[in-house]
Structures are given as structure tokens and as C-alpha cells.
Design a protein around this ligand. Sequence first.
Ligand SMILES: [Zn+2]
Length: 547
Amino acid sequence: MIINSKYSKSFVSDLLSDSKHDELYSFAKLINNHKNAVSLEVNSNLSFYMDMSFFDFLKHMRDKYRGVINSNFDKQLYQDVFTCYQNKFDSIQRKVAFEKITFKGFEFFKRDSKKNKKGDLKKITLSKEKTRLSVVLTYLARYGNENTIDFINSQINKENLDKDKLNLYNNILYCVSKFGFTRLYGLALQKRNRILDYYSAYPVKFKALTFRGRSRLTQDIISYNENFNSVINSFINVSWLGRGNKMAIPVKYSKEYHGQMKEYHKETPDVEYMVVFHKDKVKINICKDGERYYPDSKTNYIGIDVNVKHNLFTLSDGISFDYNRVLLNELTAELSRIDELKNRKEYEIGKKKQRQIDSIRNKIRKSNEQLCSVMCKYLNSIGKNHIVMEDLDNSFGKSYIKDKANNDVNFNRVVKELNLSSLKQMVEHIGRKYDICVSTVHASYTSKMCPICGCIEDENRPSQESFKCINCGHENNADINAAINIKNRVSSTVLRKNLLKQTKIGNETYEPKILKREKVKEILLSLRYNSPKVSRDIIQINTFEYV
Ligand SMILES: [Zn+2]
């Protein structure tokens, strides 16, 4: 399927006259100051702004700060502040929830390990559950006020009230008659105020000097300089205050990077742009329209475990693909030599050395791209068309570095240089050419879970290389085992429904829901398979060496 998408492109403006530069700069300052003022206002009245829609928020702020910021610029500014506080409001609403906490028992180690013996205390387990009373307290803490009961009484007899709401309201009336409104509301309010107090100690602070605006000029947003003798080759034209209501900002246009100029031009020239002051540079970002091809989703899934120690990609069918270790070693050796020189004396990398390092990095990137292509060709040949891999964005590299077993400098460098968090984009980008789409799943518990019986224990991994289930005895290579777990999170309908959501592309590809680690575990364990399956896939290990 073809999706219309927007590409944002950045233009550097280093030929600005002093007066234009100062005008833009002081305007960016003004916007930034106002953003911080609005942020303080919202922060000191969190409960007032908490349930406001953006429409009401915008109207309220425009009335409150009439004339402070020109209307070509204020909507974007209020949008930025609003968006930042939504995250805060979401966490407040989560934190005010009441739950009944019960002591469940102790958990013990089931196997000897380096630090612990079998039978040592591992942790105390608690269960959190919702009760009729906790649901009422949560409701009062989130939405309650003096008139809540009147409000509920006025709603409860309405004809088209949905069933869940009716149950909730009846439950509230029941608990209130039992415990008294004042007492329950008092408890709820106490918790709400405690949490609001905590959050109001940290107002959101906007630091970056940037502003967004809309240009509604009748002329194109960007045009070539008609004076061919000038060093300036083009101008971005924006609505402005003063200067006849427009400003022409000189920028460098490069066809190679920016593409055809006509792609930025619109029939109705109402274009959003963003001005960014970074160090001593001024950049302007504008969007152009484009198209992107996404393969339609198919259901021949393959799981891929990404791993730096053994093989970069291990597939759930047992095949693996490795990165070019010779190049990586060359790079890390070079970087170590530079470190050593730096330790001994004041040393700065010369231009020639820097070029040499950049060139190795370039080769590594190219060889990784080639590796992805080889892998996709292989997948085509065996009829697989939907890759499932872990979500690598969330500090994946860091968790490797923190791992105490890996305190080897070179290894940490390799992790960093391979840039794991960009691997997903690379696989997705190259997969598209082969009609293969990509879904991602939570990284939690993929290496510790048994795909046969569903048991999740640290002790299932007796070593880095191997997996052996302490419950059913299932054994496999650890990376292949992880790849199988990764694949199952999408291929099992129940796991997919509970753990994942559809990506915005809309082609039946999936990404993780935002869930806490414990919640992921709870979902995985609730589906624990009771009887070990009889047929176990026998998987051979084959490795494609990099050539
Ligand atoms: Zn098992």
C-alpha cells in the first residue's frame, strides 16, 4: 500500500543580515519566555487544567494572554505546552488510582547461581487488585467534587446510559450509603492533593530556542533568488510582524539533499515551518509531501533475536546472520590507540585520522545494509514475509553495557558502533524492497521464557549460550529460543491482542502497548500452557558467515 507521508527537511541559514538575525532571535526569546510563563500557570493550577480539551485550553489561554503573541504563532506555542502537560496529567491519573494490596508470599531461588544458593529468598510477592471500594475511591480522586452525588443522581435515570456507567454509578451510591460521602471524598482528596503537590514541584521548563509558525503568504514558501550574481541561492518566505508582514530568510538550497523545489509548493500556500537556534546556527525546517510504499501485511512470521555477542541476527528457524567482525575490530583497535595517545599527552585527532575513522564507520554501515539484504533475500526464498523483532529503542544498548559480565571496553564500543536502536529502521527500510513488513514486541522475558510450557524463570538460562527450562526440561540454543518467543508474541492471537497494538501505518503490523514489565509478565503467565506439547521442533543451527 502507498501511504502519503510528510518529509521534514532542514535548511541552514548562515547568510542572515544582523538585523534579521536579531529580529528572529528576540522573537524566539519572546516565544520561549511566554511558553515558560504558560507552563508555570498550568503547573500551579494542575487540577484546573487537567481535564481540559485542547480546544478549551487554546480559547482560555488566548483570552488570558490577549495580545501577547501574534495569532500566526500562538496556536503552535499553546499546543507545545498542552502536549507536554498531557503526559504529566496521564501519570497523575494513574498515580491517584486506589488498589488493594495483599501479601502473597515469598519467592525463592530454584537453582544455585554465582551470588545465590538454591532456596535463598528472592523477593516478596504482593498482589494488587481492584475492589468495589477502591474503584469508588479512584473515581472520586480523579473526577470527584462536592456535587458528585447530585450529578450521579441526575444521570442514573437517563435512558441511554451505557451499562458500565450504570454499574459504576450504582456501585458509588452503594459505597457512599455504607461509608458516608464525606469520609470517602476526604480520603480521595487527600491522595489527590498529595500527588498534585508532588507533581507541582517540577514545572516543565522549555529550554530550546525554537518557534513554529504558519506562513500564509500568497507567494511560495521557498523560491530561488532571482539575482543570480548573489551568493544567496534561495529564500524561505514567512509571514512576519513588520517588514510589510513578511520576511525573506536566505538559505542554501541543494537539489541533491532537498529534492525538487516544486515539491514544497502548495496550491494554498499555508505552510508550517519551524525556526531553530542551535549554537550559533539558524535552521529552518519545512515539510514537503511525499509517498512511501509499505508492504501489505502477511502472516508468514519469522522471529529475529538481535544480539551482539554471538550473531547479530538469529532467526526463529535456527539460521543466523553475523556482522562483519573484521571491520568492527579494525575500528575498535583504532579507537583504543587514540585513547592511549590521549591518556599519555594532549592529543587531538587530525583530519586525516578522522577521515580514516569515518571511512571505516561508513564501511560498517554499508556492510550492515548488505547483511539486511542478504537476510531478506533468504526470507523471500523460504516464503517468510513478516519479521518480528524486539523493540530496540528503549535503552537496549545501555542494558548491554550495564551487564556486569560484559565490562570489556571493546565490547561496549562494538555495541555503540553497531547502533542497535537504528537497526529496526534499517531492517524495515530494506525489508520494504523485498515486500517484507516488520512488527516489534516488548523485549521483556524473551530470553527467559520457555516456549513449550510458558515457564518464566532466571534459572532457565544456565549460561549465556543455552536455554534449559527448569519446569519441563526443554533445551535449545538461547538465541534461537528468544527468537521463537519473539515470533510467538505476534503469531499467538491472544498474546498479540493483550500485548500489542497496531502501528499507525495501518497494514496490520504491530508494536508494543505501553505496559510495565510486571504487567507483561502477568499477561505471559496468565497464558501459561499447562500440558507440555508433544511435538517439539528440532532445530539445527546453521550460520551464514559474512563474506
Ligand atoms: Zn518449559
